[in-house]
Design a protein around this ligand. Structure first.
Ligand SMILES: [Zn+2]
Ligand SMILES: [Zn+2]
Length: 281
């Protein structure tokens, strides 16, 4: 599979000179399976740019869309997703059944007047809320498994597998506090076990977390522990705090790399950046 990052910022978009390297758009991933079939994860502001690219792609008429949860930063790009306005596209809204129930509502509600001038019924694309795509019961494109996140209002993390490679995506997950429906840190370790690639929410330093505990996000050190305990091969820090500058992220990554080396961990660590492409094959 091939993963392309269209947004990795947390909370809200942050354009500006301090975020040029890692990017300011909120969560959106493009995942292509070995045949090139498209799965989109989350509809943050990065989705707008992905949509502009997809409209140019020859032969593309079907895709799967999955949402981790319905917080605004993971949904705000949807009204500006150009393929939603063309009848030639079939958009399978995927996920476990409980997630699909609220996704239909969430996508429609944010288009209600007076928040947006076009309502959901006016979109031209063919939306399928009962598909058998990724995250659904009998996926034909990628193997997708899900896990409940520890986050205010809940949510889902995903594990994508193809040809023996595993990509685990856990954003908006608080390892240091168990929210309703959330699980214990060890459960996320097991879910991430031996992953080739893990993108995990890493929003706060230990100092910041004193004030932000229960907000739904993890610290850099907690995520490092999880990745080492789970024997993950590559760790991508994700959901960057809106106040986090490129320079601060560079420093944090290098500190974590030093800590991993001191523990003799065979772990590659980086901060996820917008535009990044990773192939797992
Ligand atoms: Zn978020
Ligand atoms: Zn959230």
């Amino acid at each position: 599979m091939k993963i392309t990052v269209w947004g990795c910022r947390g909370t809200l978009p942050t354009p500006g000179s301090h975020t040029l390297k890692y990017g300011g758009n909120t969560t959106c991933l493009e995942i292509r399976n070995a045949e090139g079939f498209l799965t989109i994860v989350d509809a943050g502001s990065g989705l707008r740019y992905l949509g502009k690219k997809l409209i140019q792609e020859n032969g593309l008429d079907e895709m799967c869309l999955m949402l981790t949860h319905s917080h605004w930063d993971h949904l705000m790009g949807f009204p500006f997703f150009v393929p939603a306005y063309f009848s030639r596209f079939r958009i399978n809204v995927c996920g476990v059944q409980s997630a699909r129930n609220y996704m239909a509502q969430s996508l429609a509600r944010q288009l209600e007047a007076p928040y947006f001038p076009v309502n959901f019924e006016q979109l031209k694309a063919n939306f399928n809320f009962s598909c058998k795509g990724p995250g659904c019961d009998s996926c034909v494109h990628l193997k997708v498994e899900s896990i409940s996140l520890s986050h205010p209002n809940g949510g889902f993390g995903f594990r994508f597998s193809e040809n023996g490679r595993r990509f685990v995506f856990l954003t908006d997950n608080e390892l240091g506090f168990q929210h309703p429906d959330g699980l214990k840190p060890q459960d996320y370790v097991e879910f991430s076990r031996d992953a080739d690639l893990l993108f995990h929410d890493a929003q706060y330093t230990d100092e910041e977390y004193v004030k932000t505990r229960t907000w739904g996000h993890s610290t850099y050190n907690e995520v490092l522990d999880l990745a080492i305990n789970a024997n993950v091969k590559r760790l991508g820090l994700f959901h960057h705090d809106p106040d986090r500058t490129d320079a601060e992220l560079d420093r944090i990554v290098s500190e974590l790399q030093n800590k991993a080396a001191a523990r003799s961990a065979n772990l590659e660590i980086f901060a996820v950046s917008e535009g990044m492409q990773i192939k797992l094959e």
